[in-house]
Design a protein around this ligand. Structure first.
Ligand SMILES: Nc1nc2c(c(=O)[nH]1)N[C@H]1C(S)=C(S)[C@@H](COP(=O)(O)OP(=O)(O)OC[C@H]3O[C@@H](n4cnc5c(=O)[nH]c(N)nc54)[C@H](O)[C@@H]3O)O[C@H]1N2
Ligand SMILES: Nc1nc2c(c(=O)[nH]1)N[C@H]1C(S)=C(S)[C@@H](COP(=O)(O)OP(=O)(O)OC[C@H]3O[C@@H](n4cnc5c(=O)[nH]c(N)nc54)[C@H](O)[C@@H]3O)O[C@H]1N2
Ligand SMILES: [Mo]
Length: 764
């Protein structure tokens, strides 16, 4: 048993909160100033500019931030990046170092009392480190010894299923492919990933209805859409380059609808920092209709809207819905209609929380237009009914025939820059039979058929002592997962935890009995192997696979690539392997040849990837070739969610600030929301504050209530905010301690991070 007394959750102290004006406008000059500040603090201005000149260019590296696509054609010479991409690269290319002296100076217990911000700012990890059983400090270890420890441990397990291999979505296609192959050759499908906590509901909802778990639109489609609906997403912060696409849509006469419990900055006005005219003009008003939905009121909103659309359709059949498309390409339209006719329209309006007038405006827009795109992110997926949310989105698009034609379709906006590619490469705990069969045949191995653990199941298995070795290829499992205390203790049950990382985070401090840190080179850095300089490939949110090539010196000469680390572990684990792991490390095109032989859409991979703009993967929904069982897209019936919270309690969503990348805290400001230098805040509606007798900046604790279980987080300040009534917002990961492990989405098993019942307790 692990005796170290480490802190699982970040310290609950306040910083020094300042409130400033809330921003209606996104990007513009303040964004340029903010990016430059981050880059000069971390790597100096000249090196910074050199690095930025390579980001998202055809001969450069893919931005390590979000998965928003690059233009297929010419790239802007002024830079293809955004403020938050700059922060992401500043964080990665920092010149600060976490070296063996650092670990000698600070014990893991001491480091665990630091804030996540301070931990992350310590710098890049320079050498492999080992935390021995009973030891308080990490010590340096050679790569060979580290690989041996892992190999020996794996070979000592009673079953391959006592090992678990997590992936975060920054990993390249080639590394992801090697990693899943390694896990399956070893004998387990325990391959949880960050996607389990992210767009898993999108994958499930879309596969069931249109036959592919990915979106159907391209970047060009957004430019020519007549209506773009942005639901449960904050593009101004999390996908800033999407604002440019929304702007193009507007300039072409399109309309933008935003559905969100809070009016997020970027969705209102966008100032293009690369366009001096836009700066002078004061930007483009982006949102035409803002619908302030209650948290999880989306199905109710969509149903009320469909009801209004159908009323119009009945008057003149075929005038609103695309009956030709429905007849030829879909099924279950009749049962969908039967259900729609019977809904309680007034209840649906009330449950959405939106004034009826606004819903009518929205319905009218959808009635009048035929090229509709619906974009969404975590506001739809991280709900108990997350899968149903996506299915209801699909219902609207199918009714309008708005899929599989230019300017129309589904657009789940992905998070991590290669999360979609990792899944394509087989990072999945529930692999399909045809995928496994292809692996077996190509490599002459026998991959396991039994499904593995996803992220939540892994935590439960660790809690029950069923996992002895936990390895993570990137990410920050401790802080990204729900129920921090429960998860932390579960991970501490492991014999050995292994983290392949660039930077220090809480998962290096809350560990198994023994722990290894294996530091790797990052995307912007040169990767030289036996056959010479290597490049990687990634897949963006729209299914374009393209290469990414780093060109800067690695942060330390001791770093290995993720590929070399996986290859090293494989060589230390298998004695007589039918797979030549060393070849794959020596030359990544070898990995691409294996991918070409086993994964659909990658034939001639090494040839195709020579095109600097990359190539599109097959996508049936894009051409109305729905890859469901019978080839038809499916209408579905999704009831309005009924979950209520007790009187006086609130529904809490956990969201990102403008200054973080998931658990990496770039800075302490949430500039657009006017919250400076504090993360322990609760955004709350004025009327709710009044009803509860709460004052601005009142100090409170938050207690989450779930099926007679209680969880508490201390010290938050109330901030009056324009948020839907009955709803509050706090920042992730500080409030992950309040997300119950058993509160998960049906089918996708995604933690419900956007609907947490909370009681507010005054603590001063
Ligand atoms: N700079 C930066 N970029 C990022 C990330 C980052 O942390 N920083 N993270 C990356 C990752 S992994 C991901 S998955 C994406 C996340 O991108 P987002 O999904 O935009 O991230 P969140 O902050 O979780 O924001 C959720 C949004 O949904 C709204 N919302 C919450 N509940 C509901 C609801 O019930 N209904 C509706 N309609 N809206 C709701 C919230 O108000 C918020 O605007 O961004 C990626 N890009
Ligand atoms: N309450 C709540 N919880 C959430 C969410 C939420 O909205 N609310 N969002 C969920 C979502 S959408 C996601 S995607 C997950 C994110 O879960 P994760 O992907 O596990 O977390 P990150 O914070 O993105 O991981 C950051 C770490 O990755 C490592 N890293 C960075 N770059 C590289 C690299 O190039 N290689 C390697 N090997 N390591 C690297 C660094 O060490 C860094 O500390 O969190 C989920 N958790
Ligand atoms: Mo994500």
């Amino acid at each position: 048993m692990n005796k170290r007394k480490v802190q699982i959750v970040p310290p609950e102290d306040f910083s020094n909160l300042k409130l400033t004006e809330r921003k209606e406008k996104a990007v513009g000059i303040p964004a340029i100033i903010s990016s430059m500040k981050h880059i000069s603090q971390e790597l100096g201005i000249w090196q910074g500019i050199k690095v930025l000149n390579k980001m998202n260019q055809k001969d450069g590296f893919d931005c390590p931030g979000c998965a928003w696509p690059d233009p297929d054609g010419k790239r802007s010479s002024l830079g293809e990046y955004c403020e938050n991409g700059v922060k992401a690269i500043a964080e990665e290319a920092t010149t600060k170092k976490v070296d063996p002296n650092f670990f000698k100076k600070y014990s893991v217990e001491e480091l665990s009392t630091w804030t996540d911000y301070k931990i992350g700012k310590a710098g890049r990890i320079t050498e492999p480190m080992f935390l021995k059983e009973g030891s308080s400090h990490y010590e340096p270890i050679s790569w060979d010894e580290a690989f041996k420890i892992i190999g020996n441990k794996l070979n000592s397990l009673n079953s391959p299923n006592e090992a678990c291999f997590y992936t975060s979505g920054r990993t390249s296609n080639e590394a992801a492919y090697m990693y899943q192959l390694f896990a399956r050759q070893f004998g387990t499908n325990n391959l949880p990933d960050c996607s389990n906590m992210c767009h898993e509901s999108s994958g499930a909802g879309l596969s069931q209805t249109v036959g592919i778990g990915k979106g159907s639109v391209t970047l060009e489609d957004l430019h020519i859409a007549e209506v773009i609906v942005v639901m449960g997403q904050n593009p101004g912060t999390n996908h800033p380059r999407m604002l440019g696409a929304l702007e193009k849509c507007k300039q072409n006469g399109g309309k933008i609808v935003s559905v969100n419990p809070i009016p997020e900055a970027g969705s209102n006005v966008f100032i293009d920092p690369q366009n001096p005219l836009s700066i002078i003009k004061g930007g483009e008003q982006l949102t035409d209709i803002y619908l302030q939905v209650k948290i999880n009121g989306d199905v109710a909103l969509l149903k009320a809207t469909l009801f209004l659309m159908y009323q119009q359709e009945q008057k003149n059949p075929g005038s609103v819905f695309d009956l030709e498309f429905i007849n030829e390409f879909t099924e279950d339209y009749d049962s969908f209609l039967a259900d729609l006719k019977n809904i309680d329209y007034n209840e649906a309006v009330a449950e959405s929380g939106i004034p009826e007038e606004k819903i009518k405006q929205f319905a009218q827009l959808l009635i009048e237009n035929k090229k509709i795109i619906i974009c969404w992110a975590m506001g739809l997926t991280q709900h108990e009914n997350g899968v149903n949310n996506i299915r209801e989105v699909v219902n609207i698009l199918l009714a309008k025939g708005s899929i599989g034609k230019p300017g129309a379709g589904t657009c789940p906006v992905r998070g991590h820059s290669n999360v979609q590619g990792d899944r394509t490469m087989g990072i999945w705990e529930k692999p399909k039979e045809d995928f496994l069969a292809a692996m077996d045949q190509h490599f002459n191995i026998k991959t396991p058929r039994e499904h593995g653990y996803d992220a939540v199941e892994s935590i439960e298995a660790m809690n029950q002592g069923k996992i002895k070795l936990f390895m993570a290829l990137g990410g920050n499992f401790i802080s990204a997962t729900p129920d921090s205390d429960f998860t932390g203790k579960a991970v501490q049950n492991c014999d050995l935890t292994v983290q392949v990382s660039t930077k220090l985070n809480r998962s290096h401090l809350v560990t198994g009995n023994e722990a290894l840190i294996l530091p790797c080179i990052s995307r912007s850095e040169t990767d030289i192997q036996k056959s010479g300089k290597q490049f990687l490939t990634v897949e963006n949110s729209m299914g374009v696979v393209h290469r990414s090539k780093g060109s800067f010196n690695p942060a330390s000469p001791h770093l290995l690539s993720e590929h070399a680390i996986i290859g090293g572990i494989a060589s230390a684990t298998f004695n007589n392997s039918s797979i030549n792991w060393q070849y794959m490390v020596d030359d990544y095109s070898e990995v691409r040849d294996h991918i070409a032989a086993t994964i659909a859409g990658f034939d001639n991979f090494n040839e195709k990837v020579k095109n600097p703009a990359g190539f599109y993967l097959p996508n049936g929904a894009r051409n109305r070739k729905f890859t469901t069982e019978n080839g038809k897209a499916k209408f579905t019936i999704n009831p309005i969610p009924k979950r209520k919270v007790a009187d006086g309690n609130f529904i809490m969503m956990t969201i990102r600030t403008h200054d973080q990348y998931n658990t990496t805290i770039y800075g302490m400001n949430d500039r657009y929301r006017g919250i400076i230098n504090e993360r322990r805040v609760v955004l709350m509606n004025k009327q709710d504050m009044k009803a509860k007798g709460l004052k601005q900046l009142q100090q409170v604790d938050l207690k989450s209530v779930f099926k007679n279980e209680e969880r508490i987080a201390h010290n938050f300040k109330i901030i009056e905010y324009n948020i839907a009534k009955g709803c509050i917002a706090t920042y992730f990961p500080e409030t992950n301690v309040l997300v119950p492990i058993k509160s998960v989405a049906k089918t996708s098993n995604t933690p419900v991070s956007k609907f947490i019942e909370v009681e507010i307790i005054i603590n001063e």
